[in-house]
Design a binder for this molecule. Structure first.
Ligand code: ADP
Ligand code: ADP
Ligand code: ZN
Length: 214
């Protein structure tokens, strides 16, 4: 099963992608997590990506596409994957389509997690992230068991550099300009599914399971 998660920054793509990955035994691939891991390791890729991420801009397609294609070519992707944060532009979607169709395969679902802009700033200001394992929490909606400590791996939680309100506003602008057109793109392909992302995370996941198992 090959699944794409669409939605604004902070809509809950990562939260749902992790649940899907655990439920169906497929890898969760987040280009944002891959970039953050590279920033942590101070690789050349990480330094270049950071210069865009800190400004709330997209990392250029040439860089992003290569990373994604390398990742989905790995063995653990044979039975599918859930992509979180890729594609974010039409050219990225076209490259993925080409790679998948060359294997005589297809993307099964593009799930749009719909959350209005006015909810996003609140979600992002309460987001706490684990840079070790990629888990995310929210100080009110999805708090960790122990404040500022990751439930999954025990590492300290941090506020992401790009979750400051001004950067979030810029990311939303970029989302509407460059990423939202993908909703139409996948609608035309007949694989778009919409879910209401304002519900509790467990309710959102119930809806997604019904879609995937229909
Ligand atoms: P969020 O979870 O808030 O949607 P991500 O962790 O997916 O954020 O991405 C963080 C940042 O990493 C983005 O704002 C962008 O700068 C960069 N990034 C991640 N994925 C992509 C992509 N597919 N194309 C371009 N830039 C990306
Ligand atoms: P994205 O990957 O789309 O950027 P995340 O999954 O990181 O989004 O979620 C953004 C923030 O909102 C996090 O703090 C997360 O804990 C919280 N969150 C996720 N899903 C929900 C939900 N259904 N209701 C309330 N808060 C949520
Ligand atoms: Zn962790």
């Amino acid at each position: 099963m090959k699944i794409i998660m669409l939605g604004a920054p902070g809509a809950g793509k990562g939260t749902q992608a992790k649940k899907i990955a655990a439920q169906y035994g497929i890898p969760h691939i987040s280009t944002g997590d891959i970039f953050r891991a590279n920033i942590k390791e101070q690789t050349a890729l990480g330094m270049e990506a950071k210069s865009y991420m800190d400004k709330g801009q997209l990392v250029p397609d040439e860089l992003t596409v290569k990373i994604l294609l390398d990742r989905v070519a790995k063995d653990d992707c044979k039975n599918g994957y859930v992509l979180d944060g890729y594609p974010r532009t039409i050219p990225q979607a076209e490259v993925l389509d080409k790679a998948v169709s060359e294997l005589n395969e297809a993307i099964d679902f593009a799930i749009n997690v719909d959350v209005p802009d006015e909810n996003i700033i609140h979600r992002m200001s309460g987001r706490r992230a684990c840079l070790n394992c990629g888990a995310t929490y929210h100080i009110e909606a999805l708090p960790p068991k122990q404040a500022d400590i990751c439930d999954s791996c025990g590492s300290p939680l941090v506020i992401r550099d790009d979750d400051k309100p001004d950067t979030v506003k810029q990311r939303l602008k970029v989302y509407h300009e460059q990423t939202q057109p993908l909703i139409d793109y996948y609608q035309k392909k007949g694989i778009l599914k919409e879910v209401d992302g304002t519900l509790d995370a467990d309710k959102v996941f119930d809806t997604i399971k019904k879609i995937l198992e229909a």
